[in-house]
Design a protein around this ligand. Structure first.
Ligand code: IVH
Length: 686
């Protein structure tokens, strides 16, 4: 598209376009680097930058020294003294695809005239701010921001407040050392800072990078000192007066560690570009769990002599590239609000957005969570908003760009009546959520309840999707989950987009679902706060449904993980005549399960033990692990406490591992879990 444009455009048009792009990029640089208040997303900025780079490459006659492609960032702010960098602080070229990462490797091998694998240092691209630290005789004497790459702002006093930046080096150290690295705000610190600011009614930061930038640019360093900032070193710019010389980047990193600098633990050295791409995949999978934000990975030729042979082009080294992840945030316009009614009647405000590409997909709806969030963020229809989509997380409206607020905006109000069934909408005491009081009279709640009932982990009714449920409820063919079992092939085959064969398959799937387990049945009922683990624990504790129905709140609270709130939900669920009727209908339809074989379970050495699972299991799925443990009489809990018998740890475990370690709870890896299961099964069968 770009090529066609260029071929058909007149030179004047191209010169104009180049000028426009340069002006725009300069303005965005200033807003981003100096004001910390960007008005376009990183991805949009990258697109503008790339377009300008392409045009300049195609038309060298229009090249100019003052083009933003010839510089990095914008001029430093006035308040801090400007300092020239002894060695320019360069930037990195970006690769947005696997192909361009492979091209980077090809270019290197062509320049170095080698077919052999290149050894690369792979590192996370930390989403913070680059700084340069100068040490003389082992003492920090100067700390400077990147600024425009040639000179930056002297912010030594502020940098001194960051606990992870060493003020004195561990000997033996060089006479002079200039270290480059990234200052950033860890995710947890960012969340806490914003929560505190919200309480105090102060400005909220859009993301950890902006929070880090805002904190570093405080003229009063005592404010910086209160901000949760951290630092990773990723390069040595200058080293004088030291007996040792290092021949690779990774050796430099080792030396930095020895002198006392924090170096990211995710850094690796690999052979060849394919291994770099594997690193990229692995880090992307881990991205959510990392305690700090990253926006890609950096591949660096490890050998310093080869780096020198490769050299630089205007703003970036030829020996390194940033392979970026799909942008997780983008700007869009809030076109309107709809309220979605969930299974328990909660009304969730959903933003209708001008479609925007973010996190690798086009998004036109995003959650606004609840009314408190809307008020906290002061979101209005007509606003420009930051849309965020991270990993598998539901896209959300993260914040509003107040600078772009038009004169006409509409405040968002919770409707007084349910948009689906027109029942009253009420906010329950001390809850963030507003609920439709229509209960199962509300078609939205009926649909959600039916979809939850038929989900794979509940009654596992294959082929019953949202399109069919919509029609069944809208046409009033069914109202409750019990009605599902009265459906005939003829009734189903009459629905849109459902042929006779699919109707037969669905009736078969319904028949098959009748044979289930007690735990699945309890989970499928959709009792508030009763997830799979609680359903399993209930099924383990009560020998049959009638005893559970009769149980009072105190008895329910005897069960692992069930506190007063969950107990109340369960108790009241079974006190509603309507719910008992539905249960009766289901049992009458023939739903059944095997009664627990209590005798053999009580033989099991795991009988009564409580397990918590954390991280990704790959020896067996989490589901399989849970089912096998429960079959052996163990209980599954979501939270680690002193009462937990074992914590099973898979890959990338969460905070549960740390909690277990601090409480001294025994920790099992996957192999140990398999061995334990095997042992328990043998003991049980004896
Ligand atoms: S190396 C000459 N390594 O990314 C090479 N930079 O887009 C200089 N960054 O200005 C940079 N993590 O602020 C390097 N592991 C890493 C990095 C990293 C984050 C930032 C840094 C730099 C920008 C370039």
């Amino acid at each position: 598209m770009l090529v066609i444009l260029m071929n058909t455009q007149k030179p004047d048009d191209i010169a104009n376009r180049i000028e426009i792009l340069r002006d725009e990029i300069h303005a965005h640089n200033y807003r981003y680097h100096v004001l910390d208040a960007p008005t376009i997303s990183d991805a949009e900025y990258d697109r503008l930058f790339q377009e300008l780079k392409n045009l300049e490459a195609e038309h060298p006659e229009f090249q100019s020294l003052d083009s933003p492609t010839q510089r990095v960032g914008a001029a430093p702010k006035k308040e801090f003294p400007a300092v020239a960098h002894s060695i320019p602080m360069l930037s990195l070229d970006n690769a947005f695809s696997v192909d361009s990462a492979k091209d980077f490797d090809k270019r290197i091998r062509i320049r170095l005239k080698t077919e052999a694998f290149i050894t690369y240092a792979c590192e996370p691209k930390i989403d913070g701010l680059a700084v340069s630290l100068v040490y003389e005789q082992g003492r920090l004497i100067s700390g400077v921001t990147r600024g425009d790459g040639v000179s930056g702002e002297q912010i030594t006093e502020n940098l001194r407040t960051i606990s992870t930046i060493p003020l004195k080096l561990k000997p033996p150290f060089p006479d002079v050392l200039e270290v480059r690295g990234e200052v950033f705000m860890p995710k947890a610190g960012f969340k806490a800072l914003n929560e505190k600011n919200a309480l105090l009614g102060e400005k909220l930061f859009v993301n950890p990078r902006n929070a880090a930038a805002g904190s570093l640019r405080q003229l009063d360093s005592s404010i910086t000192a209160k901000r949760p900032l951290s630092f990773f070193a990723y390069g040595i710019a200058r080293m004088e007066g030291f007996s040792q010389r290092f021949s690779t980047h990774s050796e430099n990193m080792q030396a930095l560690k020895k002198w006392g600098f924090p170096v990211c633990a995710e850094n690796r050295v690999v052979e060849g570009i394919e291994a770099c791409l594997t690193y990229y995949e692995q880090l992307q999978a881990k991205r959510e769990q990392l305690p700090f934000e990253i926006d890609g990975v950096v591949y660096k030729v490890d050998n310093i002599e080869l780096q020198q042979q490769l050299g630089f082009v205007s703003r970036a080294p030829r020996w390194a590239i940033a392979h970026k992840f799909a942008a997780e945030e983008a700007f869009s316009e809030l076109l309107g609000i709809e309220f979605q009614v969930g299974r328990t009647g909660t009304l969730t405000p959903v933003a209708r957005l001008k479609p925007v590409f973010v996190g690798g997909a086009t998004i036109s709806n995003a959650t606004l969570h609840n009314m408190d969030e809307i008020q906290r963020k002061d979101v209005r229809v007509g606003d420009t908003v930051v849309v965020r989509r991270a990993g598998d997380v539901i896209p959300e409206v993260a914040s509003v760009v107040l600078e772009k607020r038009p004169s006409q905006t509409t405040h968002i109000a919770m409707p007084k009546h349910c948009p689906i069934c027109h029942s009253d909408v009420i906010r329950e005491k001390e809850e963030a959520a507003y609920r439709c009081m229509g209960g199962l009279f509300c078609a939205a709640q009926q649909k959600e309840a039916i979809l939850h009932f038929s989900a794979r982990r509940a009654m596992d009714i294959d082929g019953l999707g949202i399109k069919i449920v919509d029609q069944l409820v809208d046409k009033k063919i069914i109202q409750t989950v019990a009605d599902l079992y009265t459906l005939s092939v003829e009734q189903l085959a009459g629905l849109e987009r459902l042929g006779k064969k699919s109707a037969e398959n669905l009736v078969d799937a319904l028949a098959k679902s009748k044979e289930t387990t007690f735990a699945r049945f309890l989970f499928s009922l959709g009792i508030r706060e009763v997830g799979e683990a609680t359903a399993h624990n209930l099924a383990n504790h009560f020998s049959d449904l009638q005893t559970l129905i009769k149980a009072d709140e105190l008895e329910l609270q005897q069960i692992t993980d069930i506190g007063p709130i969950v107990a109340a939900h369960i108790y009241y669920f079974f006190r509603q005549p309507h719910n008992l009727e539905v249960i009766q209908g289901l049992l009458k339809a023939g739903i059944h399960w095997q009664a627990p074989q209590s005798k053999s379970v009580s033989n099991s050495p795991l009988f009564g033990a409580t397990f918590v699972l954390t991280g990704t299991l790959n020896a067996l799925s989490r589901e399989e692990a849970k089912e096998q443990l429960i079959a052996l009489g163990a209980k599954i809990s979501e939270a680690v406490s002193k009462k937990t018998s074992y914590v099973v740890v898979g890959d990338s475990p969460g905070s549960k591992l740390t909690k277990a370690q601090s409480l001294g709870v025994p920790i099992l890896d996957q192999t140990q879990l398999l061995a334990l299961l095997e042992h328990a099964k043998q003991a049980q069968s004896q």
